[in-house]
Design a protein around this ligand. Structure first.
Ligand SMILES: Nc1ncnc2c1ncn2[C@@H]1O[C@H](COP(=O)(O)OP(=O)(O)OP(=O)(O)O)[C@@H](O)[C@H]1O
Ligand SMILES: [Mg+2]
Length: 262
């Protein structure tokens, strides 16, 4: 590991490119992206539609492979791994949150949260217990039997976040997690992601909203498949978005769930 890396690098990406062949055209979704993200960072990614944000997130999340370049996640070079090895890395290290929640319909919150543990082969009793604890952690201990249709948008996103954290990942990747939510509910979700970051999870999120990006200390801006800006805010304002935007948290005890109660 290079001695210049300030904190332990969770993500080390070098010269990532991604091209798609579309008939006789080539789409250059990423044109050489290099990026280090240290363990414990919270990073927002912005940029115009089509600039490559989701393409990068899919590669960082081991959902897709780059066309060229290298990607080392937590010390493991993943760019050449086979799909079953990638699936194992995803399960162990990464939690995903999407704009449209991606919950199974007609399936309870508890069972939705259990799903990653089904894939990981966790025994049923332990699955129930851990899913219940994760739902309590996001303030939904009273809604475990509700299906997505019986939950508000913000509650559905909290179920999705509980699902993302249930295997205790190092990295949470959230692609426009507040894109389908009103501004108050978006703040609640950002407060929750910030709290998870404080508890040690590295969080990378994509957003089109400057006030959502302001929750993260570091912001990357994409343009045409490149990173064109990489800014880190001063420590003094690192505790969240600019003054006034933050409501006080009830406490960081992950068992209490009280800070985001329904
Ligand atoms: N599977 C695919 N096949 C072909 N082209 C693709 C594919 N996925 C993405 N692209 C193209 O790659 C470019 C980057 O897409 P990407 O989804 O990363 O953009 P984005 O920054 O996430 O945009 P948005 O803000 O709209 O979500 C776009 O031009 C898109 O059309
Ligand atoms: Mg996108």
């Amino acid at each position: 590991m290079p001695s210049t890396t300030p904190a332990r690098a969770l993500i080390q990406a070098r010269d990532l490119t991604k091209t798609y062949a579309m008939g006789d055209q080539t789409v250059h979704a990423l044109r050489g992206v290099s990026l280090d993200i240290a363990e414990g960072e919270m990073v927002a990614i912005m940029g115009a539609s089509g600039s490559g944000k989701s393409t990068l997130m899919n590669i960082l999340g081991c959902l897709d492979q780059p066309s060229a370049g290298s990607y080392v996640l937590a010390g493991e070079p993943v760019q050449d791994m086979a799909s079953d090895a990638l699936a194992s890395i995803r399960n162990r290290r990464i939690g995903f949150v999407f704009q449209q929640f991606n919950l199974l319909p007609r399936t309870s919150a508890l069972e939705n949260v259990e799903l990653p543990m089904v894939y990981a082969g966790v025994p049923a009793a332990q699955r129930h217990q851990r899913a219940r604890a994760a739902l309590e952690r996001v303030g939904l201990g009273q809604r475990t039997g509700h299906t997505p249709a019986e939950l508000s948008g913000g509650q559905q996103q909290r179920v999705a976040i509980a699902r993302a954290l249930v295997n205790n990942p190092q990295l949470i990747l959230a692609d426009e997690p507040t894109g389908a939510l009103d501004s108050q509910t978006s703040e609640d979700i950002m407060q929750l992601l910030t709290e998870l970051n404080r508890q040690g999870m590295t969080v990378v999120l994509v957003t089109h909203e400057a006030d959502i990006a302001a929750w993260a200390r570091r912001t990357l801006v994409f343009k045409d498949g490149h990173i064109v800006e990489d800014t880190v805010r001063e420590e003094a304002s690192a505790a969240g978005p600019p003054q006034g935007a933050r409501a006080p948290l009830g406490g960081s005890d992950p068992q209490s769930g009280g800070a985001w109660g329904p």
